[in-house]
Design a protein around this ligand. Structure first.
Ligand code: SAM
Ligand code: SF4
Length: 336
């Protein structure tokens, strides 16, 4: 991946924010059905409605040529998309892109970790909400903890420079595992971020207001054992990081409810159907699939559509766990 010259930043919105980070959902499908992300019975999109790998590459190339420096591949589970290794290798070779990363549930990493690393991926996020096999199965509905633990080992063995765990903490479900998850990360020198559950999509498993657990509560639980010192460095993402005196592990908090991070938002998302989504908490979007399919190979039109889209990036999102979800998209469509 080039650390060399960058393209000038041309994606600047009405509030002066530069967009240099894009999350691309490469599939809506997944081998898990996490209770906060999906309903038990999901209908996935027909193939024709999903961007092809070539179309994803065109969109990614246009974005990088407009100044995007970091791309995260996500989903659904990105590793269940056939051809993902080839896509990673192609995007990993894009001049001007500093970082190609992925968020994965880890279940397929024993198979793919080496090829992702060879394709130029240096960092990976792996979701892990529980270390107890039965509870893990309950939260993911179809997942097996031992497979994910093997995936984490495979990522370590493949030599990723940084591996970060992501845990969505829910009251009454897994908030009693916060310290165990921190210990797990410390023992393996991994980073870990704790995520507040977001009201995306109508789910059947629980009322989100009941399970909501704020980052401040999680922070307080950890601080009782380890004093947390705010980290000075920033990453391109929404995590707010802390360090412990005796470990390389960084602890992050992603707090869409309690600490709104909109004022420094530098990112957009491309959904699995090729909609450019300007904000996770709003419906403002532009249909890029229409542009790539109507004008095949015309990167000028595609880039103009991306530049024009900056005009409709909303200033902020509002989430309220006590109301009916205003956002009916599920996270797997959006690319979490
Ligand atoms: N399947 C991959 C995984 O689970 O890591 C990537 C996609 S998943 C949608 C990305 C991240 O979003 C995961 O860490 C998951 O825990 C988180 N997530 C999903 N639904 C969420 C929700 N409603 N609120 C907060 N985080 C959510
Ligand atoms: Fe699949 Fe990730 Fe959603 Fe869980 S959070 S159902 S692993 S996409």
């Amino acid at each position: 991946m080039s650390q060399g010259p960058h393209f000038p930043s041309l994606l600047i919105d009405r509030f002066g924010r530069t967009v240099d980070y894009v999350r691309i959902s490469v599939t809506d499908r997944c081998d898990f059905r996490c209770v906060y992300c999906m309903s038990e019975q999901m209908t996935f999109l027909p193939r024709a409605e999903v961007l092809s790998l070539e179309e994803i590459e065109q969109v990614a190339t246009a974005l990088v040529e407009l100044g995007v420096r970091k791309i995260r591949l996500t989903g659904g589970e990105p590793l269940v998309r056939r051809g993902i290794e080839e896509l990673v290798a192609k995007l990993g070779a894009l001049p001007g892109l500093d970082e190609l990363v992925m968020t994965s549930n880890g279940s397929q990493l024993p198979k793919y970790a080496d090829s992702l690393r060879r394709g130029g991926m240096k960092r990976i996020n792996i979701s892990l909400d529980s270390l107890r096999p039965e509870r893990f199965e309950h939260i993911t509905r179809t997942g097996k903890l031992d497979k994910v633990l093997a995936g984490i080992d495979a990522a370590k063995a493949a030599g990723f420079e940084r591996i970060k765990l992501n845990a969505v903490i829910m009251r009454g479900r897994n908030e009693d595992e916060v310290l165990d998850l921190v210990e797990f990360a410390r023992e393996r020198a991994l980073d870990i971020s704790f995520i507040e559950e977001m009201p995306l999509g109508r789910i059947s498993d629980h009322h989100r207001g009941e399970t909501y657990c704020s980052s401040d509560e999680v922070h307080a639980m950890i601080s009782e054992r380890y004093p947390l010192v705010e980290a000075t460095e920033r990453t391109a993402g929404p995590s707010h990081y802390f360090r412990m005196a005796d470990s390389s592990t960084r602890i992050g908090f992603i707090s869409p409810h309690s600490h709104n991070f909109c004022h420094e938002c530098n990112r957009v998302r491309v959904t699995v159907e090729g909609r450019l989504l300007l904000c996770l908490g709003n419906e403002h979007s532009v249909d890029l699939r229409e542009v790539v399919r109507r004008y095949p190979g015309d990167s000028t039109r595609l880039k103009q559509a991306l530049i024009d889209a900056m005009e409709i990036k909303p200033e902020r999102h509002e989430f309220n766990v006590d109301e009916e979800p205003q956002i009916l998209r599920f996270m797997n469509m959006t690319g979490g």
